[in-house]
Design a protein around this ligand. Structure first.
Ligand code: 13P
Ligand code: SF4
Length: 443
């Protein structure tokens, strides 16, 4: 099978060996260069987003890992994993670069990886090749003795950073003042907070503490149903698009979905708009999915008659409306797997997943709606150099020490409430097909 390396595509574009364009020439630069620079998300889709002060910084990667070839790094990773055996489990999100993902024991979307976290309770270390909020979730769902390790601490999520605990608490106080706290005649409280999985543990804790719940892109509708049974309305953060697309599909009219801008009093709304609301949408978005446009869909349809357009629900509403289908990363992967040979797909999600699906299913034509190669900046920060570094450090350790390299831990004062919100989510939608299938290491 062809290796679907976006890194290689980027290098070939940068040297002119292949046609195409990238959103920045910096993509051809190794990620450790950005660890040393001023804080920023690094090259890729969230380059223009404002990074919060105090975001985790990654220290310098030892020179051995910066100068090794991909082949050497792959050999070191395989050797370290073989030595560690059952002591370590490597999880990888669909958006991770191919050179990293080929070493994952479990590959999946954020919901599947949350479930996979619990599938190897005997592993001493869980190495999470994804982004910070996913590693926090893994820490919340795993046993306290298990160490969750994020190979590069700078792998955050710009969308998750768009809602912080202080602004959400301030919003909540304003809503409580407006609505009070008394339930209606049906026992439904004035507002239920719902946070997308792409949020800090502090916000998951906020939801757990205030009768709310977490959702992912694969269970957002089930979670909103859960919330409407218990509340007159929902405060949904941080992704306005997932909230709007899901609620709209459930029949909530757009005029009952005001947006909350945390920089304005009452979020920039009037009291009557908020009183009439069913879903209050936080002013957050994903810079990867915001790149997709209705014009791209029109171009795909005119160049490929009969094309099936599938987009992720983090895309703007107009894009979701113009597509044939929308769904989580797992939905997209399953739709392609089930299609008759010779199908053509235009996909609106992160390029690493799209390029991998195109290589995995040569019987179809699969391409990304966005012709410009522009990966998720934060997923990009994890390179096989960091994976080799943390795994070799674990091998060097006598057992996995309590305070291992790049360990992600959620403070006790939020962990209890955050687990409540996650457990409500897992109970609202149990995994449909059990844990995700392991991938063949080194394939
Ligand atoms: P999934 O829940 O579909 O894995 O999406 C996670 C994510 O970060 C999408 O941008
Ligand atoms: Fe965050 Fe968007 Fe990257 Fe997903 S694709 S991790 S939402 S920045």
């Amino acid at each position: 099978m062809t290796i679907a390396s976006v890194d290689r595509t980027i290098r070939l574009i940068s040297t002119g060996e292949t046609t195409g364009s990238t959103c920045t020439p910096d993509l051809a630069v190794d990620p450790w260069y950005f660890d040393a620079k001023a804080p920023g998300y690094g090259p890729g889709s969230s380059m223009g987003d404002v990074i919060p002060t105090g975001s985790p910084r990654q220290g310098e990667l030892p020179a051995k890992y910066r100068t090794a070839s991909n082949g050497e790094l792959g050999d070191w990773i395989r050797a370290a994993k073989a030595t560690l055996g059952e002591r370590v489990v490597v999880l990888g999100h669909f958006y991770q670069r191919e050179e990293v993902l080929q070493h994952a024991d479990f590959v999946g979307d954020s919901f599947q990886l949350a479930v996979a976290t619990q599938s190897r309770p005997d592993a001493e270390a869980i190495v999470f090749c994804g982004v910070h909020f996913m590693a926090e979730t893994a820490d919340l769902l795993s046993r306290p003795e298990q160490a969750v390790i994020l190979p590069n601490l700078a792998a955050g999520c710009s969308m998750a950073d768009m809602a912080d605990i202080d602004s959400v608490t301030e919003c909540w106080e304003q809503l409580e003042e407006l609505y009070g706290t008394e339930p209606d005649a049906d026992g439904r409280v004035p507002v239920i907070p719902v946070t997308y999985m792409n949020s800090s543990a502090a916000l998951k804790g906020f939801c757990g503490e205030h009768g709310g719940i977490v959702c992912t892109s694969s269970n957002a509708e089930t979670v909103l149903e859960w919330a409407f049974e218990r509340g007159q309305r929902v405060l949904f953060f941080p992704d306005q698009h997932l909230g709007r697309n899901t609620a709209k599909a459930m029949g909530v009219p757009l005029e009952r979905m005001p947006m909350w801008n945390p920089r304005k009093p009452l979020g920039g709304n009037t009291e009557s708009e908020l009183e009439n609301s069913q879903v209050i949408l936080w002013h957050g978005f994903c810079s990867v999915h915001r790149r997709f446009t209705v014009d791209q869909i029109a171009a795909a349809r005119s160049e490929h008659p009969g094309v099936r357009v599938i987009v992720h629900p983090e895309c703007p509403m107009a894009v979701v409306d113009a597509a044939d289908e929308y769904g989580s990363t797992d939905y997209i992967a399953k739709a392609i797997a089930a299609a008759p040979a010779g199908s053509t797909f235009a996909i609106g999600t992160e390029i690493n997943l799209v390029q991998r699906l195109a290589a995995e299913y040569p019987q179809h034509t699969i391409f990304c709606l966005d012709p410009v190669v522009c990966p998720c900046s934060t997923m990009y920060r994890i390179h096989s150099g960091y994976l080799a570094w943390v795994l070799e450090a674990l091998v060097g350790g006598d057992g996995v020490p309590a305070e291992v390299l790049n360990r992600i831990t959620v403070a006790d004062d939020v962990a209890g409430h955050a687990r409540v919100a996650l457990e409500r989510m897992l109970a609202a939608k149990p995994p449909a097909a059990g844990p995700v299938a392991p991938v063949v290491v080194g394939a």
